[in-house]
Design a protein around this ligand. Structure first.
Ligand SMILES: *[C@@H]1O[C@H](CO)[C@@H](O)[C@H](O)[C@H]1NC(C)=O
Ligand SMILES: *[C@@H]1O[C@H](CO)[C@@H](O)[C@H](O)[C@H]1NC(C)=O
Ligand SMILES: *[C@@H]1O[C@H](CO)[C@@H](O)[C@H](O)[C@H]1NC(C)=O
Ligand SMILES: *[C@@H]1O[C@H](CO)[C@@H](O)[C@H](O)[C@H]1NC(C)=O
Ligand SMILES: *[C@@H]1O[C@H](CO)[C@@H](O)[C@H](O)[C@H]1NC(C)=O
Ligand SMILES: *[C@@H]1O[C@H](CO)[C@@H](O)[C@H](O)[C@H]1NC(C)=O
Ligand SMILES: *[C@@H]1O[C@H](CO)[C@@H](O)[C@H](O)[C@H]1NC(C)=O
Length: 439
């Protein structure tokens, strides 16, 4: 009896798998697209995908270096296709979860026996807790690169369940975080394997809280109105580095960081090199301290204290040479100026340029006024960098404001990141993707 029941179960699973595979083959998307919106009160970047059966749209904080999708399963999680991952299953092994857990309450999403668990991480507040690994349906829009096309579905999308309290500190209305980091179950990895994409994805953050930016999964070219096509020829590439020591709030010894590190070798202000302690620029492979990472959960670039001091002093000197005068600081910024002698240009306020010099002198990430400065009032503009203190774990964290209106592509197969530099220079912005669907 037990055997025949088991057989029945296996049999129906097989049919399900076959029909899913067929559905996915009948339309093979070239790439996927999701909107990315800047939340005005938290400055977090949020996205929206659909999940569950029946599908419901869920809003999530986008976390470039995050490990996976985690969702609040404690509140309003209703789905006929929710499946907890059985311990020692393939899903658990992809998630790097070797344990086996029970839950002493009635069974529901997030609470099942014989499942494996991970530590979903609120990377904004740096809080982690335990959560069950599960699978459910996820649906997003496909794209040819210039408009959204038909919706596509991944029926067994792996994610972690979290309790409601883990949402504390996140933008209102979100139900979790969408991690695009270097793991086998990051959204980017699961989409790439479900649709056989090249392991590439791109983010383009909007500087406006009223017009969405975009993230793409799969290869370009990516198009922005009015007809600006960005492909690999439009980008400057620099190698990606792996930090062998996890930067998550909770991790096991031996775990590498899921975040994206690049190699900044020096910093220039107005084309002049700033003197900084170069030891801080490389990753200490024993402690994981140092180096430069890219983050969408930090609204502004964070610099280790001595780097912050050196860069801001150079910036103040170069600004003074342009008769731009300093005024009182406005938190969280330490360096602010009167707008009196600051001209407005297409690339933002005309101030000294800041270059992050990469693998060689001719490869640098140039930060113009639109990405370096923040208007705090009509008369005051501040340098949009913050002081990370002396014991900063990562010396340079390139944050949201500095990424806005730049297309940044992560090419994992080639282990490199490509950046467009400011799209304002190409007469477009990250909010110019045409979200009108073509069926
Ligand atoms: C898990 O198993 C324990 C012990 O058998 C039981 O008390 C508990 O209710 C079960 N929990 C769930 C979620 O099934
Ligand atoms: C496709 O998904 C979007 C949101 O992701 C939704 O607004 C739209 O209604 C869906 N279209 C269809 C045809 O299901
Ligand atoms: C440079 O930074 C490293 C790492 O923090 C520190 O050990 C060293 O003393 C610093 N060197 C100088 C000259 O300050
Ligand atoms: C790297 O970190 C280890 C452990 O904290 C420390 O002993 C070592 O001195 C550091 N190396 C450098 C080059 O700073
Ligand atoms: C700066 O201001 C001083 C005095 O107001 C003036 O003499 C000088 O020409 C100005 N320099 C620039 C670069 O505008
Ligand atoms: C600098 O690096 C880029 C990209 O890796 C490479 O194409 C270029 O040849 C290098 N330039 C020099 C002067 O080494
Ligand atoms: C956006 O795309 C739609 C569908 O292809 C097209 O009809 C519309 O003209 C486009 N919008 C602009 C401003 O080009």
């Amino acid at each position: 009896m037990a055997t025949s029941l088991q057989f029945c179960f296996l049999f129906s699973t097989l049919i399900l798998l076959t029909s899913t595979a067929f559905a996915q083959q009948s339309f093979r998307p070239k790439a996927l697209v999701i909107p990315v919106t800047k939340d005005a009160s938290t400055l977090q970047y949020t996205t929206r995908i659909s999940q569950r059966t029946p599908l419901v749209p869920i809003s999530l904080v986008l976390d470039l270096g995050g490990q996976y999708l985690w969702v609040d399963c404690e509140q309003n999680y209703v789905s006929s296709t929710y499946r907890p991952a059985r311990c020692r299953s393939a899903q658990c092994s992809l998630a790097g979860a070797d344990g086996c857990g029970d839950c002493f309450s009635s069974p529901k999403p997030g609470c099942n026996n014989n499942t494996c668990g991970v530590s979903p991480d609120n990377t904004v507040t740096r809080t982690a807790t335990g959560g069950e690994i599960a699978q459910d349906v996820v649906s997003v829009q496909s794209t040819t690169g210039s408009n959204p096309g038909q919706n596509v579905t991944v029926s067994n999308f792996i994610f972690a369940c979290a309790p409601t309290f883990l949402l504390d500190g996140l933008a209102s209305g979100v139900s979790g975080m969408a991690g695009l980091g270097r793991t086998k179950i990051a959204l980017s990895s699961q989409f790439a394997s479900a649709f056989s994409f090249k392991r590439k994805f791109a983010v383009c953050l909007s500087s406006s809280t009223s017009a969405s930016g975009v993230a793409f999964f799969g290869d370009g070219p990516y198009s922005f109105l009015p007809g600006v096509e960005l492909d690999s020829d439009s980008l400057t590439y620099t190698p990606l580095f792996i930090n062998p020591v996890s930067t998550a709030s909770a991790f096991s010894q031996g775990d590498a960081s899921s975040e994206y590190f690049i190699g900044v070798k020096s910093i220039k202000v107005n084309d002049k090199a700033v003197t900084i302690n170069t030891t801080l620029l490389s990753i200490n492979t024993t402690s994981g301290v140092g180096g430069t990472k890219i983050s969408t959960v930090n609204p502004y670039t964070v610099l280790e204290a001595s780097i912050f001091k050196a860069v801001t002093e150079a910036f103040i000197t170069e600004s003074a040479a342009r008769n731009i005068s300093r005024v009182n600081a406005v938190a969280p910024f330490e360096v602010c100026f009167s707008t009196e002698n600051v001209l407005s240009t297409r690339l933002g306020p005309s101030v000294p340029e800041i270059d992050l010099v990469l693998q060689n002198e001719s490869t640098y990430w140039r930060i113009f006024g639109a990405n370096s400065m923040v208007y705090v009032s009509d008369n005051v503009v501040c340098l949009g960098f913050v002081n990370g203190g002396e014991d900063a774990r990562t010396s340079i964290v390139i944050g949201g404001h500095q990424l806005e209106d730049n297309l940044v592509q992560f090419d994992l197969a080639a282990s490199r990141v490509g950046f467009s530099s400011t799209l304002l220079g190409r007469q477009t912005t990250c909010s110019n993707f045409n979200f009108t669907s073509v069926a």
